[in-house]
Design a protein around this ligand. Sequence first.
Ligand code: B12
Ligand code: SF4
Length: 501
Amino acid sequence: MRIALINPKFRLPIDTRTTAHLGLAYLGAVSERRGDEVVVFDADVEKESVAEFIQRYRPHIVGITANTPQVKQAWRTAKSVKEVLDVPVVIGGPHVSVLPEESCEKPYVDIVARGEGEDTWIDICVRLENFLKEHPEYSEDNFRTDALMAVENDVFTDCDGITYKTSDGQIHNNVDRPPVADLDSLPWPAYHLFKMDRYTNLQPATDHVDGAKSFSILTSRGCPYRCTFCSQSIMPIKWRSRGPESVLAEWRHLVEDLGAQEIGVLDDSANIRMKRLEEIATLLIENNLNHVPWIFVNGIRANLATKELLTLLKRAGLKRTAFGVETGDPEILKSIDKKIDLDTIRAAFKNAKEVGIETIAFMIIGLPGETRQTMQNSIDFAIEIDPMIANFSMMTPYPGTKVYEIVKRQGRMLINDWDDYVFFEQQARYEMGDMTAELVEEMYRKAYRQFYLRPKPIMRRLQNKDFWFNLPRNARIALRTFVPKKEKTGLRKSVEAEGAL
Ligand code: B12
Ligand code: SF4
């Protein structure tokens, strides 16, 4: 069958990286393994429109991915597809996994795939293929989704992990599908389906952009922790990992076959089993793959990063790691269920720096219960641990998270449009108690000013050649970050104007 996988167009309000979508790369790989013809259409880097693409390629089925700020664009994309061709449209990804009915209700969406998608996607495709074989009258140029979705044809009744709409408009929520148990059984992400030369490097605001061949790898999935703000808490609690030899084989493929010049490990929590990470690091060293720098993009747990492990990882080529710090206030830290304390975080940063690994601290401003003082504690703590990059974001409550429920109950949401669920904008997303939008926005700007406008970070930046390579981009980011907007609480004003508060 001809398969189309689409990443809807979506640009963050700041300059950020663009990257091949790993979820679609996995779906493409399992489809190819099944013998399908696959085209990935990443609207962020394509020159033609979705409609033109569908007209030209005429797929048998279309899969679209969506996180929360992308979902409206995913719906528009689905509509464009249906206007050109009456093929089944499937949406998957983190947002629709939490709110499947919302998308399934759209007239141009037939099926929502919840949770991890590989097995569900293949199951859907097999059922479609069988249906087409059994009903040759509907094939190719005379395809009719209403026949596929007709109640009497009963195609998807026992397809686990989906929410789907039959032709009579009824929505059906099938049981969940267990997540992939053996990650080593999955094929490697199909990067050959992407126009890899159109993406940036992993961390363009920090490293030189042009020409770096960057690839991502996933060595584990899931996270056993349940931090209140994190969307990972909607995914399986069971942490599953790949074997070191399997990781080594893919790593070798990225370096030797695809010419990777940097590699981003995208795991949520790669170091849940430190022994496994030690084995991977040792294999990278023994196989001379440690000359290609790599980064833990999303951070590792600070409580599971001993100096010995970090030393070995450095020898294995680890250039930079992030740690989720979130807050510098001990009480707020407890309240978000991070299950860590400030001293452990201090030690992790100290150890990483001592062994020569660059560090990133992910910080959140405006967690539930914050005051001016707790936010100031976070700024002070960031300055104390002094990472190379302090990444402050304003708390954005994503559906499905505990913070979302807390804010719904006790606070006031300032956004009513999924498009606004990005956290690099300088506008607070909610208010709670005495924590007003003005206060959060003020402290957010203060965080960047106090952290970056110190002599040490300024010197560090000026001495970094990538800073000069990226000067226009850096100037743009600095302007957005340090120069306050005139409209300070724009989101609240627009929501108030619509009478939604
Ligand atoms: C790498 C990453 C990024 C990268 C690249 C994103 C990308 N387009 O690939 C960058 C840094 C750019 C990024 C940005 C953002 N991200 Co991000 N990101 C991640 C991260 C850490 C890994 C993504 C990944 O590759 N996962 C592994 C693959 C295999 O999983 P997957 O993509 O989810 O796909 C699987 C399933 O979802 C499903 N599936 C997905 N699509 C489809 C489609 C079909 C048809 C089917 C059948 C199945 C299916 O099957 C796939 C295979 O199992 C995730 C956390 C996570 N663990 O997933 C957060 C995550 C996706 N990001 C998140 C957020 C909030 C953002 C931002 C909005 C943050 C912001 N700046 O405001 C932006 C949005 C940018 C954008 N353009 O979309 C949230 C999303 C929450 C939500 N409710 O949507 C997550 C879950 C983090 C978290 N734990 O809270 N992100
Ligand atoms: S923030 Fe990190 S540790 Fe916490 S649930 Fe999310 S992925 Fe796990």
